[in-house]
Design a protein. Sequence first.
Length: 500
Amino acid sequence: MPFDDEKLRLENRLIGLLNQALQDRNRDEIVSSTLALGDLYLSGDLYEKAEEYFRKLLDEPLAQMARPDERARAHLLLANVSLRRGHLGLAREELKKARDMQVGAPAVLLEARRLHCELEMHAGRYRDVVDAIESTLSTESPDKLGDMRVDFMLLEGRARRLMGRNRQSARLLEKALELAEKGGYEAGAGGAHSELGRLLTVLGKFKQAQEHLEAALRSDEGMASQRRINQDHRRLALLHLRTGRWDDAAQLLEQSYNSSREVGNLEGRVAAQLVRAELYHLRGSYDDAYDIALDAMETARSAGYVRRHVQGLLQLAHVAHARGQGREAQELLNEAETLYARLAPESGLLLHANLLMGRAYDQQGDTAKAFDYLMRAHATARETGNDLERHVVDSLLGEHFRRRGEEEKAAELLTRAARDLGTLGAKFEIARTRLSLAKLLHEARMARSLEERQREMKLARSNLFEAHRLFDLMGAKPSVEDCRELEARLQPEKPATAPE
């Protein structure tokens, strides 16, 4: 994103101040203007120019002019540049250099802690992040923390969401939003809206999620932050994916992916790829989904993004399952569990891994193991307060019992799941559940009379019609084909002719 008029004016003013300070040999102005210009370029995602100005403070002759706390701050800002580019090792090196200088300035110490927590998040050490932030918030006064109090709360809220502690995350994020708005901290308020939007999408509270994400985007545009715009476009796209607006999701994901690539924000690019892979998979473009997910997974693994690495494995497992490659899907899921189970055993990622593992075992006819994995997912959804996932698990349990021939259990679970998912508005899951219920009613032998059987078939056609309509609207080609196949078999039954 090019600088807006306000940032252009600030850039010109700072360059003027720096040139004048160099002529006057004014140490304080030279150093402060150099740091301010680097900060400005970092805020505009111009990473090369930002790095150029931060390095000036660490190279001669400016290195002799800068105080230790100013050089430490330059190291921390260079670490931020490396972090956004996806060079986590370089970011840790710059952070270590800043800490080795043993500067006692509160602002430097707090920024070093915040940066350390962000790096630990990428490594999946969420419990350590939560402990470090709780210690900071309890030992430092609100006056000393200033706006960084909100920044730390947002990081903790995200860490708790990724651990599956959704209720705790919601309370923290709502408190952070309140503090940011009260203190006039625009960047913090925008960040809180974004995190709340992402959390509420996870929980299936889609209307509230959209309100928060739209507020976050207004804030992003006001700050002219392309990185944040890309992130919130991606989060809004994920919301559209859940609510069936797939064309809107595709457009936002394309924008987010291309822009993240242009500015050099590696995690943003990988994250957009992963959601694009999910969309391609749902639409039946399995080759594209596989290629995109594989590239994202390998990039994440090389960079050290543990969670993105696991997400890539799950996307590849979804494609393998859709292609009927159950054993390959299980191998990928086992790898994902090995990487993530110790870090976040109650996370949404492992819940999805258990769900998919259950479906893979069902696909192979191993109903005992399938049931075990599905019930693990159900327990996690219940314990973490995730109503959306709990209804999804009910739906998949209904499909499981349908395969086992336990028709009454299946009918109860699928009917309840269709109702509850309909209340939330999770379009794809509604359609998938209704299609499964239509299949059950077509195959079932629960009716005791011809009249009851006719009612069942009428209900099957009603569910199939709604499923077909939703799949058509979304462009879910494989599911549309499933609907057409069932339609061909769902012909009205003729009453038996009386014997002569």
